[in-house]
Design a protein around this ligand. Structure first.
Ligand code: ZN
Length: 71
């Protein structure tokens, strides 16, 4: 969906991207990878406006932080 812009469930093409945010106290859509706000990874969401399916992605550059923290 991120690459194609097409919903895998209903083939709809009306896709909206909601950028992930890291705000005060860890609010916003993100994954916490440490004790401070600086160590949260934003999660971007893609929503299909035709059927409501959502998909979530993190930036590849942030993947090592998640691996380090969760395993
Ligand atoms: Zn859809």
């Amino acid at each position: 969906m991120k690459e194609s812009g097409i919903c895998p469930k209903c083939k709809g093409q009306d896709i909206v991207k909601i950028p992930g945010k890291v705000k005060d106290y860890g609010s916003g859509n993100n994954i916490q990878v440490g004790m401070t706000v600086l160590s949260a990874v934003p999660v971007h969401r893609y929503v299909c406006c035709s059927c409501g399916f959502t998909e979530e992605w993190v930036d590849l550059k942030d993947v090592p932080k998640i691996k380090k923290h969760y395993r």
